[in-house]
Design a protein around this ligand. Structure first.
Ligand code: CP
Ligand code: NVA
Length: 320
């Protein structure tokens, strides 16, 4: 049996694979009406979500359908997992039924443990540590803006991304890791108490990459001449008990028009969504011509179809 492929964090795809991913995604986007049925024909992919989702769940269900496969959403509350069955046994059982899994979890080790115990491809649909489907889509969206015909990841090398707000969040960590992988400068600005964790430094070192990020408490410093200004919610799923403390601490880091003026003239504003206007971003910036947040949201579909195609083809029916 072939060893399946996984997408658990940003370095799981090599640079040539990310280039292949972007080319496929661009093709899927251009030829959506023409369709690409059959790539996942007779395959069933499971969706196991321990947290809420709008974009990720819907774009995966639609994407799997468009590739000719069947998406099976699993309600975690009704599964034996919620009555104490282990993630390992769940992985061993589900591997006998489905061709791949898309998992949204709290602790990152859950997707790792599922991958290790099972024998099917696993896609991380967000954990407390990383959100690679989002960051790959973000990078594609930046590349697409630079060259819509050939949105190559090479276009991103040397570009500056400013990340504002919770610099220890899953999206911040994803951008720290992907920035190092793609050779981008990532400058994160937020309160000191929400600076990047040491753990992400260790992940970068373990992959042999050179860190390309730095942290500052000065939002203007981060945004200065940035090509991309990025933010995410201040209260991530699972952090609700700290909401008040977080909103107070991060109040100076709202992305507003004044901050956007520090960025390069052609800079884009990005947000993985859902947005909370008036907190991490002003309504004016969200609605401005610089904002590409809904292109980002749309591109989740095209990029994830490309991820599914790459992982699904690497794990064919004979492997199940
Ligand atoms: N950006 C994102 O992952 O959105 P959802 O939580 O709606 O899936
Ligand atoms: N950091 C956010 C991302 C949501 C897509 C969260 O984890 O809730």
């Amino acid at each position: 049996m072939n060893k399946p492929r996984y997408l658990l964090k940003e370095t799981d795809f090599s640079l040539p694979e990310i280039a292949q991913l972007f080319a496929l995604a661009a093709d899927f986007k251009l030829n959506r009406a023409g369709g690409t049925p059959g790539l996942l024909a007779r395959q069933t992919w499971g969706l196991l979500f321990f947290k809420n989702s709008t974009r990720t769940r819907v774009s995966f269900e639609v994407g799997i359908h468009e590739l000719g496969g069947h998406a099976l959403y699993m309600d975690t509350h009704n599964m034996q997992l919620s009555r104490g069955e282990s993630i390992e046994d769940t992985a061993r059982v589900l591997s006998r039924y489905v061709h791949g899994m898309v998992i949204r979890a709290f602790e990152h080790r859950w997707v790792e443990e599922f991958s290790n115990a099972g024998c099917i491809p696993v896609i991380n649909a967000l954990t407390d540590s990383f959100h690679p489907c989002q960051s790959y889509t973000d990078a594609f969206s930046i590349a697409e803006r630079l060259d819509p015909k050939v949105p190559s990841p090479a276009l991103l090398k040397g570009r500056k991304l400013a990340y504002l707000g919770d610099c220890a969040s899953n999206m911040a960590q994803s951008w720290i890791l992907l920035g190092a992988h793609l050779g981008m400068e990532v400058v994160l600005a937020g309160p000191k108490s929400y600076a990047p964790d040491d753990g992400i430094q260790k992940v970068i070192e373990s992959t042999g990459l050179v860190p390309t990020h730095r942290f500052t408490e000065d939002a203007g410093d981060a945004a200065r001449n940035a090509d991309v200004v990025y933010t995410d919610v201040w209260v991530s799923m699972g952090d609700e008990a700290e909401a008040e403390e977080r909103l107070n601490a991060m109040a100076p880091y709202t992305v507003d028009m004044r901050l956007m003026k520090h960025a390069a003239p052609e800079a884009v504003f990005m947000h993985c969504l859902p947005a909370h206007p008036g907190q991490e971003v002003s309504q004016e910036v969200l609605d401005s011509p610089q904002s590409i947040v809904f292109d980002q949201a749309e591109n989740r579909l095209h990029v994830q179809k490309a991820v599914l195609a790459i992982l699904g083809l690497s794990h064919s029916e004979k492997d199940i």
